[in-house]
Design a protein around this ligand. Structure first.
Ligand code: ADP
Ligand code: ASP
Ligand code: MG
Length: 401
């Protein structure tokens, strides 16, 4: 049966013309079989990073609207080059910006949310047998201003288009699919043939940036199975799908890590809601990202509050709290957050004790622990993270051997 297929290619997959040509040749085979093709393309290689750096060399806080004008240009370069390749080979294609593709977003610059997609133009081009090439990561507000969707946002463009076109959705990247652990950090990681939307969202949120979290959420809401594969070979390694359709529910499906985390402890905080509010209000005004929060039991009317934050935010945190002299501040930088994720945790107990046993055997302490329904996260010293990943992978069958 002839199908509409949306394929997305990420930055590393289109970092040079040779890689683009390889993709174009594979797409031509599908097109020649009679399928309708919509491509969503990211900016070449590290282009977006370089554009952000240029703006930040001028000012630490570039105007958000202008930043979107700037960083949306990366995708415009890659879609036009790919279309030029198709046309040079005699194939009819058309490159489109987010605006031309009908992608309307909220007016939150740098993190726009797709409000709707008017797919009439894309459909018209597909009927004219054109290969449609859409710039990922961007859209337009109702007022006609260009927005971007947040880093990694081309995934969201692809899933949203697939939902709207009721098509197949394929995301091609520089690895074979979703692994139990980032294969660049742990080379024996197992490739997962399937994973639920919930687990993938949790892994993305906890540091596995292989898929942008909102794209997975969109797949779940609109019931779009997401196929992840290798952009060089074209082989699909993983399908992200509904939990009910999983062949097997594992207790632990994957592990995500976040490096460069700092643990901050504020001691001698008065045990009054007003005092705690003051601290967190200052942190919020300073736009400090806060992740895990815990507090000790009150002793003599005082508590210690601990929180984790990206190391990058530590200087701002110190300066925001510097006028607040009544407390002492302890900062541990160079920490890693390790999270294990699995839908089977909902109805099976014993995961925490198995993990604590691993910590005990290795003689490693964690600084902070939190749980959700399908995950447990620990903060540990960077240097302890490697042996922990190795042992957790062995204990929960996340590795190939
Ligand atoms: P793209 O440019 O194609 O969007 P990304 O860099 O955003 O690619 O995502 C792919 C990268 O995600 C891989 O190179 C890999 O290092 C990383 N990654 C992190 N966690 C995982 C995981 N669990 N499975 C696969 N890749 C992962
Ligand atoms: N080019 C954008 C980024 O680097 C969007 C994407 O690649 O998905 O974040
Ligand atoms: Mg990406």
């Amino acid at each position: 049966m002839k199908k509409i297929i949306v394929q997305k290619y990420g930055g590393t997959s289109v970092e040079n013309i040779k890689k683009m040509k390889n993709i174009v040749n594979r797409v031509i085979k599908l097109y020649d079989e009679g399928h309708s093709i919509v491509l969503v393309i990211s900016a070449m290689g590290k282009t977006t990073d370089h554009l952000v750096e240029m703006a930040k060399a001028i000012t630490e806080n570039p105007d958000k609207r202008e930043l979107d004008m700037l960083i949306s240009t990366g995708e415009q370069v890659s879609v036009s080059l790919i279309s030029i390749i198709f046309k040079s080979l005699g194939y009819d294609s058309i490159s489109l910006t987010g605006y031309q593709a009908g992608i309307v977003t909220s007016s939150d610059y740098n993190k726009g949310k797709i409000a709707d997609i008017d797919i009439s133009k894309i459909k018209k081009y597909l009927q004219e047998k054109k290969i449609v090439i859409v710039a990922g990561f961007q859209g337009i507000t109702e007022n006609g201003d260009i927005t971007t969707l947040g880093r990694g946002g081309s995934d969201t463009t692809a899933v949203a288009l697939a939902a709207k076109l009721q098509s197949i959705c394929e995301i091609y990247t520089d690895v074979d699919g979703i692994y139990a652990i980032d294969p660049k950090k742990y080379k024996n990681a197992q490739l997962l043939s399937e994973i639920s939307y919930e687990e993938m969202m949790e892994l993305s949120n906890l540091g596995a940036k292989v898929m942008e979290m909102r794209s997975v959420e969109m797949g779940k809401i609109f019931n779009v199975p997401i196929h992840i594969g290798n952009s060089v070979t074209g082989i699909i390694g993983t399908i992200i799908k509904d939990e009910d359709q999983l062949m097997e529910k594992k207790i632990i499906t994957g592990l995500a890590t976040e490096h460069n985390v700092a643990m901050v402890t504020i001691s001698d905080v008065l045990y009054q809601s007003g005092d705690i509010y003051k601290i967190f209000n200052l942190l919020s005004e300073g736009e400090i990202n806060i992740d895990m929060i815990s507090q000790t039991a009150p002793i003599d009317g005082k508590i210690n509050v601990s929180l984790s934050t990206p190391s990058l935010d530590v200087d701002s945190l110190k300066s925001v709290l510097k006028d607040y002299h009544t407390h002492k501040l302890y900062v541990d930088e160079n920490m890693t957050k390790i999270s294990v994720v699995g839908i089977g945790m909902i109805d099976q107990s014993g995961v925490a004790s198995k993990l604590f046993n691993i910590f005990d055997n290795l003689g490693i302490h964690f600084k902070q622990v939190t749980t959700s329904e399908i995950s447990i996260s620990f903060i540990v010293n960077n240097e302890d993270s490697y042996s922990l990943i190795e042992e957790i992978a062995k204990a929960f069958n996340l590795s190939n051997n």
